[in-house]
Design a binder for this molecule. Structure first.
Ligand code: FE2
Ligand code: FE2
Length: 516
């Protein structure tokens, strides 16, 4: 057997007998003859078991046992108390002070050794168990830490994915490059915590350079004057690679590095090319993160996804604006066709479109509604294409039949444009620009709020222009008189719209032309 055993007894003979027997059994022993030296020995020898007499000089066995328990908080060191006095109270006190067993004198050495063997093997098993337990607790803590970390990373990934998803939704929805860029900036600043960045992009398809569009966290006076050629080193190099590029990367050819050196000096350390169909349409330059940390692999991945949605969005916006200008030219051709047919309405549509747009702006309509009002006003009389020229230009009064034909122009007009998705919203304005608030208009006899605000605006703009233009049967009204007339016709027209028109005229936003 092995182990260190401290034997404490004030009788040297008893000490001698016990230590001798324990040594023969294979244990190391130390001894003390009083309570105080017992504790000193305990500290030096660090025994695995203590055999402790109760009656001791200086400090009795119970007090020593108490001290040992204070030192040995795991209660691994068994204490066997020995006393000639074996009354039950004494035993109780011994157990209370932390002794594991009690032997009364005179005792059998064999019995004592059997107890020692037993206690030591129990203590060693307890120690093993405790160590295993501690090890397990460590392992569990590590797993918990790992799980918490993975959980945090997952949460961040979900958030990243959600933002990227939201962004792609926005980018699919937004058609205005300015709004797109704004959303892009907000996303990369918020999502990745980038302190400074800027965007260069292609002003138009045919330009051979990229120019500064905007950024965050920078002083852009210098950047505003910068043009980055699409044909020289840097741009050509960026076309050959993907992802975030370190501006001092060894991969970069010397001419490209020289070209872009100044961006490094301005605090931008990375760039990211925006490429559509092998064409470089923009470059994002990035400075440091607000946190000062490096861009992690996850940051780069998130940034790549955001840029990819943004690039698609920009390309869509460009295609949309091309499509829009094609439509606008179509509208212009259509408008000029009506005006060629109807000599009285020459310039009419253009003016109605202008009045309607100003009124809509003055009334605070949003961008999309403004566009609808502009298109609807420009096309309001498009249906006159379907009315015979001689009726349109007839100097005298119209017959009932002719009047019916003229009155069909809102419906004919709406039918002409109804299949152009782009003009879907404007259709309503074209169809209803001759409705009256009292329900006595045409073609549907709508009343009050049944008539959309856009249609009410076009109706006022249309009548105002008709009144202030010369007709074969009367001269043009002065603006002041026309506005006075309109104010008297609130059964027909929206009083709020008229008020806004009056304000525009008073402020000189709509100016009366010089007349002879
Ligand atoms: Fe009309
Ligand atoms: Fe008109």
């Amino acid at each position: 057997m092995s182990g260190n055993i401290l034997v404490v007894d004030d009788d040297p003979n008893v000490v001698e007998i016990i230590t001798e027997s324990l040594r023969n059994r294979g244990y190391n022993t130390e001894y003390a003859l009083d309570g105080e030296s017992a504790l000193r020995k305990y500290d030096e020898f660090l025994p695995d078991l203590v055999v402790l007499d109760v009656v001791l000089p200086k400090k009795d066995g119970f007090a020593v046992c108490d001290e040992i328990r204070r030192r040995d908080t795991n209660r691994d060191v068994p204490v066997i108390m020995i006393s000639g006095n074996a009354i039950p109270d004494n035993m109780l006190e011994g157990f209370r002070s932390g002794a594991q067993d009690y032997i009364k004198k005179p005792f059998s050495v064999k019995e004592m050794i059997a107890k020692v063997d037993n206690f030591l093997s129990q203590a060693s098993r307890r120690r093993d168990l405790r160590e295993k337990n501690e090890h397990l607790e460590d392992e569990i803590q590590k797993s918990v830490d790992d799980l918490q970390r993975v959980n945090r990373e997952l949460k961040k990934k979900v958030l990243d994915l959600r933002s990227i998803f939201d962004l792609s939704q926005d980018l699919n929805r937004l058609r205005d490059p300015e709004e797109l860029i704004n959303v892009f900036f907000l996303t990369i600043a918020g999502q990745l915590g980038i302190g400074s960045f800027c965007l260069f992009s292609l002003p138009t398809d045919t330009e051979s350079y990229l120019s500064y569009v905007g950024g965050r966290g920078i002083r852009d006076t210098v950047l505003r004057t910068v043009r980055l050629s699409r044909e020289t080193g840097m741009s050509q190099f960026l076309l050959t690679r993907e992802g975030m590029l370190d501006l001092r990367s060894d991969e970069m050819p010397d001419d490209a590095r020289r070209e872009i050196e100044f961006m490094w000096d301005l605090g931008f350390h990375y760039c990211y090319p925006l490429i559509v169909k092998s064409s470089l349409i923009g470059i994002v330059f990035l400075g440091a993160k607000v946190s000062g940390q490096d861009y992690s692999a996850n940051d780069r991945e998130v940034f790549r996804s955001i840029c990819s949605s943004f690039t698609t969005g920009l390309d869509n916006a460009r295609l949309y604006s091309e499509l829009q200008s094609t439509y606008l030219s179509t509208i212009k051709v259509l408008v000029s066709t009506i005006e060629a047919k109807d000599s009285y309405t020459r310039g009419h549509t253009e003016r109605v479109a202008m009045f309607a747009r100003l009124i809509a702006e003055e009334m605070g309509l949003d961008k999309k509604d403004l566009e609808t009002v502009s298109f609807g006003a420009a096309l309001h009389d498009i249906g006159k294409l379907g009315v015979y020229e001689d009726i349109l230009n007839k100097p005298g009064e119209l017959t009932e039949g002719e009047w019916e034909i003229v009155k069909s122009h809102p419906v004919v007009g709406a039918n002409i444009i109804k299949n152009m998705k782009f003009l879907e919203a404007a259709c309503d304005l074209v169809r209803h620009h001759h409705e009256r608030l009292d329900g006595r208009g045409y073609p549907d006899g709508l009343k009050g709020d049944e008539i959309s605000l856009g249609a009410r605006i076009v109706a006022v703009a249309d009548s105002f222009d008709a009144m202030t233009s010369n007709r074969s049967y009367r001269k043009a009204f002065r603006y002041k008189d026309a506005l006075g007339q309109l104010k008297l016709q609130t059964d027909k027209f929206d009083a709020g719209v008229i008020e806004h028109l009056i304000r525009l005229v008073e402020r000189g936003m709509i100016k009366e032309p010089q007349r002879d």
